[in-house]
Design a protein around this ligand. Structure first.
Ligand SMILES: [Zn+2]
Length: 247
């Protein structure tokens, strides 16, 4: 046996002995999309898409990273550990960048002393690059996009009830863990689950630039799995139920 073969065997054995990190690294590429850096993980081809858009939501990141090794589908995870990302030298909440109107409001909010002309230039720049982010992120027709978020500042399903079209609240006493769906058929299935679920399939009010709003407007199957920061077991249980029970 050649030395090269031996070292290759050892390398392969080391990969198999440590499922998780090394295998994941082999399936990961790092890309700038619309000026924001993402790790894209795709162990095997599949129609599902997964997203971590807020870098400081560590429980959601861990839940998604634990799900991916060896399984089909593509995950995009923002790099870094902050909620906001730099865009053309400005601060932006990346879950407000999916429309120009939403990004405009958010850039003004987070960069209050910046001239409107500079914000307008950043919006033009973002408009040109948004399709390059949506292309790898949005699922093929009929596919499902799952975003994972964590909350820690009081936000809960109670904030969503009034603006939802249907709700199922079997554990209303644990309001920080819930699922938001944009497609009625997904909601109907999830209403049979043990989890809190809300349906928002007809966008109303002002466009906040969130991904859920874009998906509702385009009739894309989208789920947000929302869990309290640190509720790893609860978030994992919601994700696994979806994996097993939704087409
Ligand atoms: Zn979030």
């Amino acid at each position: 046996m050649h030395l090269r073969d031996l070292s290759r065997r050892r390398w392969l054995a080391s990969l198999l002995a440590l499922p998780g990190t090394p295998l994941l690294a082999a399936a990961t590429r790092r890309r700038q999309l619309a000026g924001i850096e993402f790790d894209i993980i795709e162990p095997r081809p599949g129609p599902r898409r997964y997203l971590l858009i807020h870098g400081n939501e560590q429980t959601a990141r861990d839940t998604l990273l634990a799900r991916m090794p060896g399984r089909p589908g593509r995950a995009l995870l923002v790099t870094g550990n902050t909620r906001h990302v730099p865009l053309r030298g400005l601060q932006l909440d990346p879950n407000r960048m999916f429309s120009r109107a939403g990004a405009q409001r958010n850039l003004h909010l987070l960069n209050p002393h910046v001239p409107a002309s500079r914000i307008s230039a950043a919006l033009d720049w973002l408009d040109r690059r948004r399709p390059a982010l949506l292309q790898p992120l949005l699922p093929p027709p009929g596919g499902l996009l799952i975003a994972l978020h964590n909350n820690s500042s009081g936000y809960s399903v109670e904030n969503e009830i009034a603006i939802s079209h249907s709700v199922s609240l079997p554990t209303r006493g644990a309001p920080y863990d819930f699922i938001l769906a944009t497609h009625p058929a997904d909601f109907d299935r999830l209403a049979a689950s043990p989890f809190n679920v809300v349906l928002q399939h007809r966008p109303a009010g002002e466009d906040d630039g969130s991904l859920s709003r874009l998906c509702a407007a385009r009739s894309i199957r989208y789920l947000n799995i929302e869990a309290r920061l640190g509720h790893a077991e609860e978030q994992r249980a919601m994700l696994e139920w979806i994996e097993e029970n939704l087409p």
